[in-house]
Design a binder for this molecule. Structure first.
Ligand SMILES: [Ca+2]
Length: 621
């Protein structure tokens, strides 16, 4: 498979033993899925020398480019050059040559390069469905029996309730089979906002899942999780924290996980996240099913009322529970999110929020919901008035820095601090953030930087691999995902974004199920292993796939001519490209980037009593 990259480097080195050192081949890191005909296009060159040629399938050289000045990208420690080949616009498969050597031959240009990625990233939620069999007509070789079909589930004593209740449906959270309200919150909202921004595009986009009335596929899928979330609300409005077994199961299929299911815990984070999501769902489902929409809004109001009266009830795992914690010690952002969404949906003064323009933690993550309130305000200017203007400033201050970062080094937004647990979702959320800045300004540099996030996730990275299963020349084969491990099917379930490189090494240990140290000689951006053992770099999660789905879906929708209703003129590209000529594009500058990013706040870990825990509640040293 590896005709290029490191392996070719070695074979060329051997073949060229007696020749000059200039015979060493460079490495070209590309978006392996492809580039859009009308988009700006760039790849990253390592150890290159001289001009680069782009050669079409007939062997004809269609472009000769001089790579840009070299610069170091600290996360991989590599000094690299960016190569702009935007001038090549014809669909096809191309080779990249330098010094007469073919560096790689899988460079693709297409009209809708991300449509299949968007569909697969969204289809993955179907594969994660609890309480239903995946039928072959929809799931193909990944068909499986239903899991977690329990008629009733037990209340854990941490809920304060006794006996049983009914709760089914929802999406399995990650590589495990837990269902967690907090992580469902950021995930479901991200997907709802994708629909709310591009309703006409998603009314017709289909990816072969069971029909749900007259709902578009995206809303049919989201409803599967909303239905579950609604079961998790108690009479008084409070929302239970999670539905899991007491401990994680082994590598078994969902149907074989027979341990007792418990409703566990309660708290302000789950309740407020639920309130915000249900308030947004009201708007999105109203045109299709008014009764369901009203049910969501009433649930949102009840949850908010409970959350406003109980704003600081933290959840911690009870001693006998070892499933994921999703414990959050800072809850003002969840409150802001809930108020913003309820205010947008109802216009009631009692919910009216005021954004703090100095808030720094505004790139969303499951414990960082403030950014969703910023998105909400920016995307509903008619409803939020002055808050929309504050939100726009917050978006552009950060987005300027992101866009500038993407012009140097590897040509990606990420910096060293971003290589935390789930680094690929940090990248994805930066991309979604940039698109929001693009919607409200129309500035091309934000669109380009967002697109570069997708380039990174699909192969333009120092590991020379696509991080999405089933896509690209090389992609993860052994993700930490129980169904993919246990189903006896060689390819993993497609459309999953793995967590990605990061140097924490939380999964390294002596126990048989843990990894040997895969970090030796590696950098932040290469500390990764494609192995089932690696839950710290190779797991999948619903909140990680959501920004991928949003990015790929939004980029296709924009290029199909759809713009969000609140966007400034010129945002929809309509396949004809609103790009300025490449040579006259305004260079980006950091002069106005007064805001310093505090990436530490986005780290995906939980601190409790001075101890750090990972997503799943494992202690981090
Ligand atoms: Ca929080």
């Amino acid at each position: 498979m590896s005709k290029f990259g490191l392996k070719q480097h070695i074979s060329i080195a051997v073949a060229a033993f007696s020749l000059a050192s200039s015979a060493f081949a460079a490495t070209a890191y590309i978006n392996q899925v492809g580039y859009r005909t009308t988009d700006p296009k760039e790849f990253t060159l390592f150890e290159g020398s001289g001009d680069v040629e782009i050669v079409d399938a007939t062997g004809k050289s269609v472009l000769t480019v001089t790579p840009k000045a070299a610069s170091e990208w600290k996360p991989s420690g590599q000094t690299v050059q960016l190569v702009d080949f935007s001038a090549v616009t014809a669909p096809g498969t191309y080779s990249i040559k330098q010094g007469g050597q073919v560096l790689r031959n899988d460079l693709k240009i297409a009209d809708k390069p991300f449509e299949d990625v968007a569909k697969a990233a969204l289809k993955w939620y179907y594969y994660q469905r609890a309480s239903i069999a995946l039928e072959e007509q929809y799931a193909g070789q990944w068909a499986r029996a239903a899991g977690h079909t329990n008629e009733t589930v037990d209340f854990h004593k941490s809920t304060g309730a006794t006996g049983t209740m009914t709760s089914s449906k929802g999406w399995y959270d990650a590589g495990d089979y837990g269902r967690y309200i907090v992580n469902s919150g950021v995930t479901t909202y991200t997907l709802l906002s994708l629909y709310e921004h591009f309703p006409d595009y998603f009314k017709t986009l289909k990816w072969n899942i069971p029909a749900e009335g007259n709902l578009p596929d995206l809303l049919a899928e989201i409803k599967w999780n909303l239905d579950w979330m609604l079961t998790m609300q108690a009479e008084d409005g409070m929302v239970y924290h999670k539905l899991t077994t007491l401990q994680f199961p082994g590598d078994i299929m969902p149907a074989d996980d027979k341990a007792k299911l418990y409703v566990v815990g309660k708290g302000s984070a789950a309740t407020l996240d639920f309130a915000g999501v249900m308030a947004a769902a009201y708007r999105v489902y109203k045109p299709f099913d008014e009764a369901y929409a009203n049910k969501c809004l009433e649930a949102a109001k009840k949850a908010y009322a409970w959350g406003a009266a109980n704003p600081n009830m933290m959840f911690n795992n009870p001693r006998d529970v070892g499933s994921g914690t999703y414990s959050d010690g800072k809850l003002d952002d969840e409150m802001m999110f809930a108020r913003m969404e309820l205010f947008i949906s109802t216009g009631e003064e009692s919910y009216k929020p005021t954004l703090n323009g100095n808030e720094m933690s505004i790139v969303p993550a499951w414990p960082e919901m403030y950014g969703l309130a910023v998105y909400g305000a920016a995307s509903h200017p008619k409803e939020t008035g002055a808050e929309a203007a504050t939100a726009k400033t917050m978006l552009t201050d950060f987005a300027n820095e992101f866009a500038y970062g993407a012009t140097k080094g590897f040509g990606v937004v990420m910096s060293n601090e971003d290589f935390v647990w789930g680094s690929n979702s940090v990248a994805g959320n930066q991309g979604v953030f940039l698109l929001h800045a693009y919607y409200v300004t129309g500035e091309q540099k934000y669109y380009e930087a967002a697109k570069k996030v997708l380039d990174y996730l699909l192969g333009k990275n120092p590991l020379d691999m696509s991080f999405v299963t089933g896509f690209g020349t090389k992609s993860p084969m052994l993700p930490h995902h129980r169904p993919s491990t246990a189903d006896g099917v060689e390819p993993p379930v497609p459309g999953m974004l793995v967590g990605g490189p990061q140097p924490g090494g939380e999964d390294i240990g002596r126990e048989t199920w843990m990894c040997k140290d895969y970090r030796t000689g590696k950098t932040n951006a290469t500390s990764y292993i494609d192995d089932r053992c690696s839950y710290a770099t190779n797991e999948v999660a619903i909140n990680w796939n959501a920004p991928l789905a949003y990015l790929a879906g939004a980029l296709e929708a924009l290029n199909a001519g759809y713009a969000p209703s609140f966007a400034v003129d010129g945002v929809a590209k309509g396949g004809t490209s609103a790009l300025k000529p490449f040579s006259s594009r305004t260079p980006v500058s950091t002069n106005k980037a007064a805001v310093r990013l505090r990436f530490a706040d986005q780290k995906v870990f939980v601190e409790k009593n001075g101890k750090r825990f990972d997503l799943k509640g494992h202690r981090i040293k």
